[in-house]
Unconditional design. Structure first.
Length: 293
């Protein structure tokens, strides 16, 4: 039994925005059944999960997600059950500064976890609907900091041969939405989308790259050498794109210079896109052509 919990005031510092893949499984479980949402609300030192990380203890079902490597989840389940019975949230300290001396964090840090009983309803349904529609949103529950939520980075891939197929397979295996596309529709492309081209025939690129640069995509790149990149930029400049737009076009792409193996290229390009996804600009309008959509 949990006994008397060591309760602290939650640290309401702004949490890190969570991607849909992190948040949706926990929120969807609670939207169906109700239960207790656990949120990481304080970090004293360093910790491998960000502020705002969540897991769920849905009524009558197994927990969803994880906040540690198994160090605290069993104890959290006991406190979550008690919080659900009482209907009152509680914040617990684990690790450094905690009175739970029998529960240790190998990292040596201290963390605060807030447990918040929740019932199905609009507070969960609305942010889930926003994420389904690929809109940024907030999870707002009394007693918890407002948690920014954003869609997962999506990859639109155009190309031919092994490179394009290998990249799509790798991205999907890593849990990122990715699809092969014959065309790019600027109006259907959001700022959480990356566009990547894998062509050996440069004549296939201009229309696709023009559409990509007319979209708010946060990352646009094409396979090829530096010389090929120079030719692309010259052709797009002749089509009316200015320097700010052309600087959005990445190439040569990938974090591993000069790789020719399709698997290594896929890993290299995916890593570059994921790195860029950590600083997606809030507004891409300054980079679009005035006559663009």
């Amino acid at each position: 039994m949990p006994g008397q919990p060591f309760i602290v005031e939650p640290d309401l510092a702004a949490p890190t925005p969570l991607c849909a893949a992190e948040a949706v499984p926990a929120l969807a479980a609670l939207a169906r059944r109700g239960g207790v949402l656990a949120m990481l609300t304080g970090i004293d030192g360093s910790f491998y999960r960000p502020l705002g990380a969540v897991m769920a203890f849905p009524d009558g079902a197994a927990p969803v997600g994880q906040l540690s490597s198994g160090c605290i989840e069993g104890d959290l389940a006991l406190h979550a059950a008690a919080a659900r019975r009482s209907g009152r949230p509680r914040t617990l300290r684990y690790g450094k500064g905690s009175e739970f001396i029998d529960i240790r964090l190998p990292c040596g840090s201290g963390i605060d976890v807030t447990l918040r009983p929740v019932d199905p309803g609009p507070a969960l349904d609305a942010p889930l609907a926003d994420l389904e529609a690929r809109r940024e949103t907030l999870l707002q529950l009394d007693g918890l900091p407002a948690l920014p939520l954003r869609p997962d980075p999506r990859m639109l891939v155009a190309g031919e041969g092994t490179e394009a197929a290998t990249f799509v397979a790798l991205a999907c295996a890593a849990g990122f939405p990715a699809e092969l596309a014959d065309r790019i529709d600027p109006a259907a492309t959001d700022r959480f989308t990356a566009v990547v081209l894998f062509f050996h025939d440069p004549d296939r690129e201009p229309d696709l790259l023009s559409a990509a640069l007319d979209s708010p995509a946060f990352w646009i790149g094409a396979q090829g050498s530096r010389r090929a990149q120079d030719r692309r930029r010259a052709a797009l400049a002749a089509a009316g794109f200015g320097a700010a737009a052309l600087d959005r076009l990445r190439g040569p792409i990938g974090l591993i210079p000069g790789t020719r193996d399709p698997r290594a290229l896929a890993v290299s390009v995916l890593a570059e896109i994921v790195e860029a996804a950590g600083c997606i600009p809030d507004d891409t309008r300054p980079f679009l052509r005035p006559d663009g959509p």
